[in-house]
Design a protein around this ligand. Structure first.
Ligand SMILES: Cc1cc2nc3c(=O)[nH]c(=O)nc-3n(C[C@H](O)[C@H](O)[C@H](O)COP(=O)(O)O)c2cc1C
Length: 326
């Protein structure tokens, strides 16, 4: 009704202008949100450390010995201590994976004996379970990779549909964790994996997620729903504002595929980017940190015997894959 009123008062052309203005205001709000939540020193060191050790892994993978020899290892090693002193536990991801990666890098270069001993002393003194974390680079026979590609990918992807009506069941937590474990194999910038998936088996909480994060009438057949966030605390301030939506979007793609591979259905519910108010409501309702952006809510559920879905015709491939050759 309000839309109709605006239309009749301003005319069609101006309504579009109002819409554009609203979307600019929302974009500005989003930028403000990013700028107004500065990283604390621990988060900022955490991000720097993750980026630095990721560079080591990349250098190891391509055999860039020049880079590996020039790295300031004492600083990277002391960052691990600092992170623990700042409150991270010894089995924290950044702490343990850093130790594992630095250990591999030092093993690949000559000399640096002092740094090697310094690292081993730190791992032992602080009881860092570096041995449980994979770090460095490895050689994988291509046959090993290719043997897993021998399946009908087209049939797999084209048999997924957005499902908006499910059996009235809640998905057990272990299944959700398995789905998320597999989705975590998606690529992410500097392998920082800034994603989080919030889920519950409590019908009351689920109803609240659906109310706040899913779309009214469409969600009537949805009985379980996840909240997917991306943590800006793991973002390098020098990166583009939208980095979390890029990472989050890629993760969502893997997540829906993982749900599909587990024999369940899913539907993404409009990323809430357009509404900071909605994002804040969800954060407040579930105690989600201010540094996390809510990327999307995902309806999930068991398929009924017959599933009614939109045809969702894809565009002709030539209109999407554009050859740059004449
Ligand atoms: C970012 C994003 C937001 C979406 N939001 C909604 C939504 O709010 N409600 C809904 O019913 N479907 C939503 N969808 C699902 C799309 O409508 C659906 O993916 C598209 O029509 C293609 O159909 P398919 O998933 O069945 O192949 C969303 C999808 C994406 C990627």
């Amino acid at each position: 009704m309000v839309k109709e009123l605006i239309k009749s008062l301003l005319g069609e052309k101006n309504t579009a202008r109002v819409r554009r203005l609203k979307s600019s205001i929302n974009a500005a709000k989003s930028t403000w949100h990013t700028l107004s939540t500065p990283q604390n020193p621990r988060d900022s060191l955490n991000v720097r450390q993750l980026i630095s050790v990721h560079m080591l892994e990349k250098a190891l993978a391509v055999g860039n010995m020049k880079y590996l020899s020039a790295v300031k290892y004492p600083e990277l090693i002391s960052n691990i201590s600092r992170l623990i002193d700042m409150g991270l536990p010894p089995d924290d991801y950044t702490v343990a994976v850093s130790a594992a990666i630095i250990r591999s890098a030092l093993a690949a270069i000559h000399g640096h004996e002092d740094e090697k001993s310094q690292l081993e002393a730190l791992v032992s003194d602080r009881k860092i379970p570096a041995q449980n974390f994979r770090g460095g680079a490895e050689v994988v026979p291509s046959a090993e990779i290719l043997k897993h590609t021998n399946f009908d990918f087209h049939a797999f992807v084209s048999s997924r549909h957005s499902v908006r009506k499910f059996r009235d069941k809640v998905i057990p937590s272990p299944v959700i964790r398995e789905i998320v474990r597999d989705a975590l194999y998606c690529p992410s910038a500097c392998n920082r994996q800034p994603f989080r998936v919030y889920y519950s088996e409590d019908r009351g909480k689920i109803a609240e997620i659906i109310k706040l994060g899913a779309d009214g009438f469409i969600a009537a057949g949805v009985h379980d729903c996840l909240i997917v966030t991306c943590d800006r605390a793991l973002q390098n301030p020098a990166e583009l504002d939208d980095q979390e939506y890029v990472n989050g979007g890629i993760f969502l793609g893997y997540l829906v595929m993982s749900i599909h591979a587990h024999g369940l259905g899913s539907c993404l519910f409009q990323c809430l980017r357009s509404s900071m108010v909605k994002q804040d409501r969800i954060r407040r309702a579930f105690g989600i940190s201010q540094s996390e952006v809510i990327v999307c809510c995902v309806g999930i559920g068991e398929l009924e015997d017959e599933v009614s879905v939109a045809c969702a015709q894809r565009r002709p491939v030539e209109t999407v894959a554009i050859s740059l050759d004449s």
